[in-house]
Every structure is written in C-alpha cells, then in structure tokens.
Design a protein around this ligand. Structure first.
Ligand code: HEC
Ligand code: HEC
Length: 252
C-alpha cells in the first residue's frame, strides 16, 4: 500500500520538524546559564566597585557626586548606617513609600533616582547584575529575617532649630563637608547643593538624617553628637538648596 506508506513518512517528517521546532523555541527562551562561582565572585567585585565609587562606575545613571557607600558606610556593612547585610533575603518586601511589595531591583533604583539624583538601572543591565551580585554576597550565610542593626538608631521625637544647627554645622561639620556644603568629592561627600541627593531622598527627612548623624557623624568622632544637636544641624541642612527629584521617576 504505497499510498499509506507515503502518508506515514510525511507524518514522520512533520513530527521530526515539529520536535526540531519545539526544541529550537525552548533554546531561545531558556534562561542564561547560571554563572559559575568564579563568575559570580567577579560580578560581585564589580558591584562593590560601583557601590564604593558610584559616579565613576555607573556614570550614565548618576546625577550627584555621592556613592552608595557615603550613606551605607563601609560598603554597606556598618551597623546603623542602613547596612545592606541580609537585604537580598528581605526583599521582595512591602515598603511604606511604595505602598506595595517591591523587588530588590526596585529598591536599589529608588536610591538611584533619589539619593543619587540619577536614573534607574535597567533590570537587564550589567550594572544591575553586578549590584545584585554584590548585595547577594553580603547576604550569603546570613540567616533569619532582618539584620538586627538594620536602618538607623532610634532617636527621641525632637524638633530641629536651623539657627542653632548653623552653629553646630560650622563647628563640627564644615571642616569636612565645606562651608557651602560642597564637600571634597569623591573623598568628602557634599551635603547640599547641586552635587547632593535630591528632595525625594530619605536623607532629606530631618528625623532620618538626625538618626544617621547620632551614630555616624562627625566621622572623626562618631557617637558624640547629642540628639538635639543632630536635629538642629539636620534642620539647618534641610533649609539649604538641593536638586528637585525628576517627577518622571516618582513611581520609584
Ligand atoms: C544620600 C544617602 C544615600 C545614598 C547615596 C544611597 N542611599 Fe540607599 N538608603 C538611604 C536611606 C536613608 C535609606 C533608608 C534607610 C531606612 O530608612 O532604614 C536607604 C535604603 C536603601 C536600601 C534598603 C535598605 C533597607 O534596610 O530596607 C537599599 C537596598 C539601598 N538603600 C541601596 C542603595 C544603593 C545600591 C545605593 C547606591 C546606588 C544607595 N542606596 C545610595 C540613603 C542613601
Ligand atoms: C572628618 C570629616 C567629617 C566630619 C567632621 C563630618 N563628616 Fe559627614 N561624612 C564624612 C565622610 C567621609 C562621609 C562618607 C561616609 C564615611 O566614609 O564615613 C560622610 C557622610 C555624611 C553624610 C551622608 C552622605 C552625604 O553627603 O549626604 C551626611 C548627611 C553627613 N556626613 C553629615 C555630617 C554632619 C551633619 C556633620 C557634623 C555634625 C558631619 N557630617 C561631620 C566626613 C565627615
């Protein structure tokens, strides 16, 4: 029965083509191969470089003269300086600002568009891959939920007086951050003016900055600033000009 035979082989050929088509499609949509431990370590090292010298190594996405490590002190490892230890295990998480659950990539980009006064990193950019690898390296081997020294220290609910704060600034801060808040970047970061974070940043809130300062500044005598002085100097810095956040990125 040659007729049937021909029909069968045509089906067989079709099946082969279908399988080939299928496997081809599978290859195209398969995730990229997992990086080896050595590649992952190299990526994390690049991420640390971006973290420590952000304007130099992620220039296209940064508008300020600040590095991540200027606020997340000691490359994100210092207690009560918003450390990022274990953060890769904490996100995705709900945040008050976003009002929804956000990914770690989105949280990183919040700091890029606010604290760095820049632009968000695309999720598939080499810079984001490096930053994620670095944060993963800070979280490996850390168990549990939030890192106990996460965020900043608790401060009493005080009100800052900018006039008093001006005196605190002149005597305890200006030597490093400059009389006009300009600092000496990249070594000494600016605290106001065009090179600083924008008005959408966490540090732009008087209470948040006071909590950062009480534990971390003055950098040469940390732990000596009284809470009232911290609120006063924060109110003074808050009264100074700084960039406005790009409204295009308000969703972050
Ligand atoms: C001007 C200071 C500043 C700079 C610069 C900065 N951040 Fe932040 N960052 C903050 C503050 C303030 C918070 C909120 C801390 C809090 O409220 O507990 C924060 C929070 C975060 C968090 C969430 C931490 C948590 O405990 O939930 C991540 C992740 C983060 N920043 C990443 C980065 C990265 C990456 C960079 C560099 C691209 C960067 N930040 C630059 C000030 C800064
Ligand atoms: C001895 C130099 C020095 C003194 C004095 C000093 N700082 Fe800093 N400050 C630094 C350095 C360096 C950093 C970056 C983080 C680090 O390496 O510790 C920093 C970071 C900061 C930041 C976060 C990054 C930014 O620029 O927005 C703020 C805010 C800040 N200092 C405010 C103050 C205030 C207010 C005082 C005075 C009470 C003060 N500092 C005194 C050196 C100093």
């Amino acid at each position: 029965m040659p007729g049937i035979h021909t029909h069968l082989s045509a089906t067989a050929i079709c099946a082969v083509l279908l399988i080939a088509g299928c496997s081809h499609q599978k290859q195209a949509s398969a995730p990229p191969p997992k990086p080896t431990p050595a590649q992952q370590a190299e990526l994390a090292a690049t991420g640390k470089l971006i973290f420590d010298q952000t304007p130099q190594h992620a220039a296209a996405y940064v508008g300020s003269q600040l590095s991540c490590g200027d606020c997340h002190i000691d490359s994100g490892k210092a207690a009560y300086a918003a450390p990022l230890i274990n953060i890769a295990n904490v996100f995705p998480a709900y945040t008050k600002r976003a009002g929804r659950v956000i990914s770690l990539q989105e949280r990183i980009n919040e700091c890029f568009v606010r604290s760095e006064n820049g632009k968000p990193l695309p999720d598939d950019s080499p810079e984001m891959a490096a930053m994620m690898a670095y944060l993963a390296s800070l979280s490996s081997g850390v168990k549990g939920q939030a890192y106990p020294e996460r965020g900043f220290v608790k401060v009493p609910d005080l009100k800052g007086n900018p006039a008093r704060g001006e005196r605190v600034y002149a005597t305890q801060c200006a030597v490093c951050h400059g009389v006009n808040g300009e600092g000496v970047p990249p070594v000494l970061p600016p605290v106001w003016g065009p090179g600083s974070y924008n008005d959408g940043a966490g540090m732009d809130h008087v209470e948040k900055m006071a909590a950062f300062l009480v534990h971390n500044m003055p950098q040469n005598h940390p732990g000596t600033l009284k809470p009232q002085d911290a609120f006063d100097v924060s109110a003074f810095i808050d009264s100074k000009p700084r960039p406005t956040m790009n409204p295009k990125y308000k969703g972050l």
